[in-house]
Ligand binder design. Structure first.
Ligand SMILES: *Cc1c(COP(=O)(O)O)cnc(C)c1O
Length: 399
């Protein structure tokens, strides 16, 4: 693999917690869809940090916003106002149509925030008896790694050894509106779902499911919360995945690409009526809404719109998926997804394929053991997909 690669990996093994098992490649530089390792080898990035790099590596406009803001003001805490945050809130309103934004940092924090807002709304506005509210969540979900969130994970490894767990969640089958209907009681406050399950293996629910969720929750006065941390901001070929079915949720959670690939920024968006339950002191974060992160996020949103990245994701996604479907290999079973959120169901562990692709200069990763995931930056061009396809085909021919 090379002396430098080995040396870096050894440091990781020896001094870092072993909570990840990365592919044996050590990156030192990135630009656009490309990255280079410490041995000088070039790769195409087909993971985009799980969709946090929708704009590609070091987008010039985002870097400019980062540098300019870094030279002025980076952090104030929310004890004082700063001259970026208000503009960020307005930007989020303009691009999403929601009244209000609550800023956090990581995705998991934003999910926790949405759950807190929902519960408080349930007790103070809907009238559910206090501390008895229920939130319906989906089998095979991924919403992050906090104790409350792993409580309702159905991936055993995510839960094992981390109890006791948080009460108040009901898990139902994903993609099955009847299952949700049957789980609803007079204590139900909210339904939380991903419009397409990402870490769960790029699972696209049956058409009409999101719309049905919207209809059912509206009918029963239950909040619909979509976690679009991965599907949002252009990934599926629309700015937000809920637009595919015109199923605007009561609360929308964003993260990952909102930070433009450089800084963790996440948000919960909702109406005045719902956000109104949160009062000064109820919730917060030292770094949440800081000027450096929000300056980056404003630029990230501007770039998505100016460069029409959702549309590019739609067109390039179609092209890429068509090419992938043409692969005639005994180890592929299905190609699925939307936009540039693509999964290939495999009959052999997808990690083996990832390791081979890496040797040819294509960096991808798996979502569950038998799902190969392709999620390149949304700025990707046809020639770059062709470059990758040539190599992907070679790998499949050799398998
Ligand atoms: C990545 C992800 C999260 C968690 O975000 P972190 O920033 O890793 O905490 C939550 N929900 C979905 C759908 C995700 O893809």
């Amino acid at each position: 693999m090379g002396y430098l690669t080995d040396a870096h990996i050894k440091l990781n093994e020896e001094y870092g917690a072993h909570n990840y098992k990365p592919l044996p490649v050590v990156l030192e530089r990135g630009e656009g869809v490309w990255v280079w390792d410490v041995e000088g080898r070039k790769y195409i990035d087909m993971l985009s940090s799980y969709s946090a790099l929708n704009h590609g590596h070091r987008h010039p406009k985002i870097m400019k916003a980062l540098f300019e803001q870094a030279q002025r003001l980076t952090l104030t805490s929310r004890a004082f106002h700063n001259d970026v945050l208000g503009r960020f809130f307005k930007k989020m309103h303009d691009v999403t149509g929601y009244d209000k934004t609550l800023p956090m940092n990581t995705g998991a924090e934003a999910v926790e925030t949405a759950l807190k807002i929902a519960r408080k709304w349930g007790y103070y506005k809907k009238g559910v008896p206090k501390n008895e509210g229920e939130i319906i969540v989906m089998e095979n979900n991924f919403h992050g790694r906090t104790i409350t969130i792993i409580t309702f994970s159905t991936t055993e490894q995510y839960r094992d050894g981390f109890g006791p767990y948080t009460p108040g969640f009901k898990v139902v089958k994903y993609g099955d509106i009847k299952a949700v209907e049957e789980a609803v009681t007079d204590r139900t406050i909210a339904v939380l779902a991903e419009p397409i399950q990402g870490e769960g293996g790029i699972i696209v629910p049956p058409e009409g499911y999101l719309k049905e969720l919207r209809r059912l929750t509206k009918e029963k006065n239950i909040l619909l919360i979509f976690d679009e941390i991965q599907t949002g901001l252009g990934r599926t070929g629309k700015m937000f995945a809920f637009e595919w079915e015109d199923a605007r949720p009561d609360m929308l959670i964003l993260g990952k690409a909102l930070g433009g690939g450089v800084y963790p920024v996440s948000v919960v968006l909702t109406s005045n009526e719902i956000m109104d339950v949160i009062k000064p002191g109820d919730h917060g974060s030292t770094f949440g809404g800081n000027p450096l992160g929000t300056a980056v996020a404003i630029a990230a949103i501007d770039v998505l719109i100016e460069e029409n990245l959702p549309q590019n994701a739609l067109e390039m996604g179609r092209y890429f998926m068509d090419q992938l479907k043409k692969i005639n290999s005994p180890v592929t079973k299905e190609v699925r997804g939307k936009g540039l959120m693509i999964g290939v169901q495999t009959t052999i562990p997808a990690k083996e394929i990832c390791l081979k692709m890496k040797d040819y200069g294509v960096l991808a990763y798996y979502a569950h053991d038998y799902v190969l995931r392709f999620a390149p930056p949304l700025i990707i061009k046809k020639e770059e997909i062709d470059w990758a396809m040539e190599r992907i085909e070679k790998v499949f021919n050799e398998l």
